[in-house]
Design a protein around this ligand. Structure first.
Ligand code: AKG
Ligand code: FE2
Length: 330
């Protein structure tokens, strides 16, 4: 039977900490990781007021005149910070596919609370800890986003503990690979479409996410997210109020030797009858490990009968390739 919606998992019993609760949540995550690589979570503990404030700050920013938005334009050299105008990225190119630019504009925010030291600012650090660019308007934007970033990092740690449990590893297994993580908070606006898209042009072309996991909050505007089932068909991912969409990224797929899937997904265009009124926003936290973590098959995911399919790489090697492939030459 075809899957028509993605599973909803209440993670509160894991966070409450009883052994039964932890096992029950881990079992559901294990199944979802293997089958579709996407799930909705509830019981995550993130304060709804913080979610609402973050959404409101992002949507007000995108309503500003373009000149105001360009005050924090992405610095030259594809540095992953600041505002990228409409059609500035082509996610299909991360998988080697040519396509017109994605029908979206966005802001990229990197780590907040960066310590001083060679690891964070020396030559190896690249742009991973580059300073964030904050707009003057709307008021309070920086504080809201920094609070949200920190809260997403905590939730991602909780999810990584669940993942470890689900993979028969100690729950703190991943922590030393994440303690200097280079996660990215991305605010995206998919504006109303007053012109028909070009052939092959989507709000976001089909791609997989590059890191460990992604935590997404989106509104319910038409023209939304779809995930590809392992059997090839597309499933609508419809967020419910108070839930987050979580999906597995490339690094979990590599770590688990393909037992879990980094699922192909895309954001489709709204139907043409409503395209000129459909405006969609999403707030996406891409959780990504330390830049120098070595990504190789987890001890519980290979054996003599099931050898590793991937050679070891560092996270920065994986990320650099994907990121640079997707950028418009502007
Ligand atoms: O906006 C969405 O719903 C998903 C965006 C996405 O998949 C991405 O930016 O990687
Ligand atoms: Fe994505």
């Amino acid at each position: 039977m075809k899957m028509t919606s993605i599973p909803v998992i209440d993670i509160a019993p894991f966070l409450a900490g009883t052994p039964e609760g932890r096992e029950q949540v881990a079992a559901q995550i294990r199944q979802a990781g293997e089958e579709i690589g996407f799930f909705l979570i509830k019981g995550h503990g993130v304060d709804q007021d913080l979610i609402d404030d973050t959404y409101a700050a992002a949507s007000s920013f995108f309503r500003l005149p373009v000149d105001d938005k360009l005050t924090i334009r992405q610095p030259p050299g594809n540095i992953p910070r600041g505002y990228t105008p409409f059609k500035g990225e082509t996610l299909a190119a991360s998988l080697g596919k040519a396509a017109p630019g994605d029908l979206k504009e966005m802001i990229d925010i990197g780590p907040v609370d960066v310590p001083v030291g060679e690891y964070y600012s020396g030559p190896e650090a690249g742009y991973y800890f580059y300073k964030n660019l904050w707009p003057e308007k709307p008021a309070g934007f920086q504080g809201t986003m920094e609070t949200y970033y920190r809260r997403m990092n905590r939730l991602a740690n909780d999810l990584m503990a669940i993942f470890a449990h689900a993979l028969d590893l100690p729950e703190n297994f991943f922590f030393d690979k994440l303690d200097k993580n280079i996660s990215a908070l991305r605010l995206i606006c998919y504006p109303e479409q007053d012109q028909a898209p070009e052939p092959g042009q989507l709000r976001s072309g089909a791609h997989t996410d590059y890191g460990t996991l992604t935590i997404l909050m989106a509104d319910k505007a038409t023209g939304g997210l779809q995930a590809q089932h392992r059997d090839g068909y597309w499933v609508d991912v419809t967020p419910e109020p108070g839930t987050y969409v979580v999906n597995i990224g490339d690094i979990m797929q590599i770590w688990t030797n393909d037992r879990w899937v980094s699922t192909l997904h895309r954001v489709v265009n709204p139907p043409s009858e409503v395209a000129d009124t459909s405006r969609r926003h999403s707030i996406v936290f891409f959780h990504q490990p330390n830049y120098d973590s070595i990504i190789e098959t987890l001890p519980s995911c290979f054996s003599a009968d099931n050898p590793s399919k991937y050679g070891a790489i560092t996270y920065k090697e994986h990320w650099n390739y994907k990121w640079n492939a997707t950028k418009a030459k502007m």
